[in-house]
Write a protein that binds this ligand. Structure first.
Ligand SMILES: [Zn+2]
Length: 377
């Protein structure tokens, strides 16, 4: 049976559930460098990338994003960050090799379920250096050529801090005729060139992207606030792209008015554990996002497979009559604690208990909020 495409799925009214954290999670597992955040693991450690992708699909994700973050040649060369000569036999990893490897993994895992493959582009050092449209688009083109060769189901421009660079990316992607999504790493303060959030929304939609929204840097609560600004700007302009949101799975309250978002927090990137959202909070976010009219709901850094499982529960399990594998082992509200020998825990097996919990840090003297650092982005 032919796979139902992204736009058809969205038009049917059921939200599409994205996947979650890749670079951040693979760094903790020892496959990605904190700092460069490049994705050469797709080439060097395909099993590790395949396993994480599989966990997201098993948790109910409708999409496997090929692990192509920061995988342009100019990024791989930037400051020599990418372990291009990590071992004698790997040698120099090119954007083409890396994107090829990432697409192959994504397709293999997607085909094990009923998921879609997404090929993504992200910001380039060429833009920051002011090298201009032609140079930047050349880097995007190299990635998109691989996406077409590998027949991805749709393309995504993500993590853009400047709407101008995103427009250049969408222009390249639109040439190839696949559905295109576009998300920026912005809060309510607009982009890093001073373009307001409302204007970014309008420009993303006018660029021809089928889906527009935000990803990364800010927490789910702030994501909802920003998406409200985006939605009302689009409504006012009479533009009707599908909406997409993939926030980080951490609380970032103090940094929500910093362009760096979670990068401005003193705990970033190696001590973010105390800020991780619970699975009930992921569930709450997904419901709020759906009620706001967001059609594509996923996660970025910090969103682990169990968060995705919690997000999709209502829509897939109750409305579609479908439960992804693992539901028997991983019940959302702790039903299996009824089988525990410790009867004192059984009052915790309700949805209300977990949805209303205000988790403590358990760390004496821990501050409620941190003093954020200056961000130079
Ligand atoms: Zn992220």
């Amino acid at each position: 049976m032919p796979r139902v495409g992204l736009l058809e799925r969205l038009k049917s009214g059921r939200p599409v559930i994205g996947d979650g954290s890749f670079v951040f999670t693979l760094e903790k597992r020892g496959y990605v460098k904190a700092g460069p955040w490049t994705s050469e693991a797709a080439y060097q450690y395909p099993d590790a990338v395949r396993q994480l992708s599989r966990e997201f699909v098993r948790a109910g994700a409708d999409v496997v994003q090929a692990f192509t973050f920061y995988s342009t040649d100019d990024k791989l060369e930037h400051k020599g960050v990418s372990d291009r000569s990590v071992s004698e036999d790997v040698g120099k990893i090119t954007s083409k090799q890396l994107n090829n490897a990432a697409c192959d993994i994504a397709r293999q895992v997607a085909d094990e379920g009923d998921a879609l493959v997404c090929g993504g582009i992200s910001p380039t050092p060429g833009y920051m250096k002011g090298l201009g449209k032609e140079v930047v688009q050349k880097e995007f083109d190299k990635q998109c050529e691989v996406f077409i060769e590998k027949d991805v189901d749709f393309m995504l421009a993500e993590f853009f801090g400047h709407v101008e660079e995103l427009e250049w990316g969408v222009e390249v992607m639109k040439k190839y005729g696949k559905p295109v999504a576009a998300t920026m790493r912005i809060s309510t303060m607009g982009d890093m060139n001073g373009v307001s959030t409302a204007e970014c929304a309008i420009r993303m939609a006018k660029s021809g992207a089928d889906l527009v929204g935000i990803n990364c840097l800010f927490d789910p609560e702030n994501c909802i606030k920003t998406m409200k600004v985006i939605k009302s700007a689009l409504d006012e302009a009479g533009l009707k792209p599908f909406l997409m949101a993939q926030p980080v799975g951490f609380y970032t309250h103090e940094a929500n008015q910093s362009f760096g978002g979670y990068m401005a927090l003193p705990e970033y990137p190696l001590a973010m554990e105390s800020r991780i959202i619970t699975r009930a909070e992921a569930h709450k976010f997904a419901r709020e996002a759906y009620e706001l009219g967001i059609h594509y709901i996923g996660g970025c850094c910090g969103f682990e497979p169990y968060h995705i499982r919690a997000m999709q529960r209502r829509y897939l399990a109750e409305e579609r009559g479908f439960r992804p594998p693992g539901h028997d082992k991983n019940s959302l509200w702790g039903i299996d604690m009824a089988q525990s020998s410790f009867e004192s825990l059984t009052h915790r097996i309700t949805k209300e208990y977990w949805m209303n919990l205000n988790p403590a840090a358990g760390r004496v003297g821990a501050p409620d909020l941190a003093k954020i650092d200056k961000f130079d982005g």
